[in-house]
Design a protein around this ligand. Sequence first.
Ligand code: GUN
Ligand code: ZN
Length: 429
Amino acid sequence: MQAYRAATLHLLDDPIADAGAVRFHPDGLLVTDEGVVVACGAYADLAADLGDTPVEHLPGRLITPGFIDLHIHFPQVDVIAAHGEQLLDWLERHVFPAEAAFADPAHAAEAAGFFVGEMLRNGTTTAMVFGSSHVASVDALFAEALARNMRLIAGKSLMDRHAPDDLVDTVEGGRWDMLDLIVRWAGQGRLGYAVTPRFAVTSSDAQLAMAGEIVRDHPEVWMQTHLAENHAEIAQAEALFPAASDYLNVYEHFGLVGPKSVFAHCIHLERQAFARLSAAGAAVAFCPTSNLFLGSGLFDLEAALAEGVKVGVGTDIGAGTSYSILHTLGEAYKVGQLRGAALDPLRAFYLATLGGARALGLGDRIGNLARGKEADFLVLDLAATPLLARRMAAARSLEERLFALTILADDRVIERTYLAGVCQHRRDG
Ligand code: GUN
Ligand code: ZN
């Protein structure tokens, strides 16, 4: 057993729906054993049961669950911060050429080390990830995540049209690549496979139908794609699928909207489309840094939550501008401000932890520090910079501290990142 004494914070539910869901202990204790949480509570309540388990004392630190990045692109590591375009031109000019390089296993392996390392440096312990269309990219990513025992769900992008020759696959090629990846990786360690049609624009009817067949025949897999991010994208998708009643209906038609489906963005959606996502049990990845960077628009979080849609947050690297989920929450707040709806700091923290876990259907395994959960947790240094130290000293409440963290923090705040009870990142080490 391992025991860590520090302030502890985690949530048992959405704190706006249930004010009793907040578990905060200024002098707390987290006990783990063989990668699982044994207890998390007040030090005074738990200390007597520790026996001879050594306690690591971390004064001034805050222990939280690890963050969940619900949407990120591995083969875009080198195109973060690419100037000038909105979505469709940005894809053609910057993204597709960069993704083509991931056909090379050596390049993919080198990039995977950086990519996974960067997520851990920023406190991300679970991620749902797009690979390139090449099997080699997903192999490299899964190998790196497995070596770290990271919970990671990924898939190769399916794209059989409207992309350069060195990226496009075919219906049958995509099917066999996926089946091969599922057999070799799904269920190994904490890895999962996601059927990943890039978006309706780059897959033919036949390829989307094939993706739907794989989803139907493999209940163990997830599904991830993009939806209603940008006006030109929506117009193109609707023109390519004239029989569909709207963009979401394209995915519905091919059996791609279910309880293990995650749709990135969903900015320009009708209210009734949120209702359909909710009825299907599908989830949305809110990616504020990306939506602001590409000028895509302002996600209506309140509408999605009011319709009962499961929502988590994604960095959407490389359209997103930071690997930090804390920073992403700060930008989510700013998107809310532009809409006239200030995001509550505790709800933001929920979206990054248990909300993301529930979006993946993993709320029983990760997302908080309840007994029996996988011990994916962070040690945060709230005084990591002089500015943070000063602002924290002036803060009067937990909410104020959390909010300041989302506005001011970066990777320096993440002192340690633990995956299944093992420290996989140490800021100073
Ligand atoms: N839509 C289709 N592909 C992409 C992508 O790589 N990034 C974003 N943000 N949107 C997309
Ligand atoms: Zn994306």
